[in-house]
Design a protein around this ligand. Structure first.
Ligand SMILES: Nc1ncnc2c1ncn2[C@@H]1O[C@H](COP(=O)(O)OP(=O)(O)OP(=O)(O)O)[C@@H](O)[C@H]1O
Ligand SMILES: [Mg+2]
Length: 302
């Protein structure tokens, strides 16, 4: 799906070189987002909760990455540190080679406002409740200093893109959960962010609406080189990305090698794995798109 909606204004804030310290010199395919040994420890009473336990990965400009993992794995925490909403306890987050931890508060605010679009988990946080849907979409456009008529036209195009033209004058509470989520996507892509961070953007959508949202992400990637990092539990949604990162207990897990099962259900495993499992009662679980084979009564993620 492509439409005129995402065509203006030309380029992202990062491409236009506004505000952000290392503008303009990021080409599609270059590393845009780099996390190195990122830890996030939350202090709760006397103890620490390690939400992220040393996360390292790169995302290229123009890449569409799906981030998957069980509840509590640290997915939202990763989006928060990439979006500059939260600082890691240790480790570095670099955007286009700039360490977010070294940005001044002013530059960090510019970065958040002009380079990052968010679709938050759940719907309440995404939309300003006392503004109409159209006004919500116009808010991020105010920072671009375009004429009011241009803003209104672009807001209308964005609402058409997500199929909400007939709800433009409604306030968020009048919308269904899925409609609110689609409105949130229109808000997030409105000012062509260089980085789009989306936390479960299709969670409340039926497959047609989900396809619309994912299509608009793909459009942004193709037409503007937007970099998308999308948290999802939906394996079909994850498959629309270029790559899937798996998170488990605050760490990125290397993907298991795909194995092929023969017609009789036999799967060839490496000899050392067979030796480890041999002679035990085994159980098999399928979740998060993986098959896990383990000895019975072992810890879940052992
Ligand atoms: N502000 C906080 N204070 C204390 N602990 C927190 C805080 N935020 C997150 N955590 C803990 O950090 C861990 C990771 O949380 P996070 O929200 O990143 O998980 P998630 O992968 O997004 O989960 P879900 O799929 O349920 O949204 C969880 O164990 C959570 O309880
Ligand atoms: Mg979360």
């Amino acid at each position: 799906m492509s439409g005129p909606a995402l065509r203006e204004p030309s380029g992202t804030a990062l491409d236009r070189g506004e505000g952000f310290p290392r503008p303009g010199d990021v080409m599609r395919g270059d590393t845009l987002v780099g996390l190195e040994h990122v830890y996030k420890i939350y202090r709760v009473a006397d103890t620490g909760v390690a939400a992220l336990g040393g996360v390292t990965f790169d995302v290229a400009k123009g890449e569409f990455v799906a981030l998957v993992g069980p509840s509590g794995a640290g997915k939202s925490s990763i989006l928060n540190v990439i979006g500059g909403l939260d600082r890691p306890t240790a480790g570095t987050v670099e955007i286009a080679g700039s360490d977010l931890g070294r940005l001044s508060d002013r530059d960090l605010t510019i970065y958040r406002r002009e380079c990052v679009g968010f679709v938050w988990q759940g719907t309440a946080r995404n939309l300003v409740p006392y503004l109409t849907v159209r006004e919500n979409v116009e808010v991020p456009l105010l920072a671009t200093e375009q004429a009011g008529s241009v803003r209104r036209r672009r807001a209308a195009e964005l609402l058409e893109l997500v199929g909400l033209s007939d709800r433009a004058g409604h306030r968020p509470f009048m919308l269904s959960g899925g409609e609110q989520q689609r409105a949130a996507v229109a808000v997030a892509v409105a000012n062509l962010p260089a980085i789009l961070l989306a936390d479960e953007p299709t969670a409340e959508l039926d497959s047609a609406a989900a396809e619309r949202v994912l299509g608009s992400f793909r459009d942004a990637v193709r037409e503007f080189g937007t970099t998308v990092i999308m948290v999802t539990h939906d394996l079909l949604a994850a498959a629309r990305g270029d790559r899937t990162l798996r998170l488990l207990d605050g760490r990125i897990r290397n993907p298991a090698q795909p194995g092929r099962m023969d017609g009789e259900g036999r799967l060839e495993l490496p000899p050392d794995v067979v030796a480890t499992l041999a002679g035990s009662d085994l159980e098999v679980e399928i979740s998060d798109g993986e098959v896990r084979i383990r000895r019975k009564r072992e810890s879940r993620y052992g």
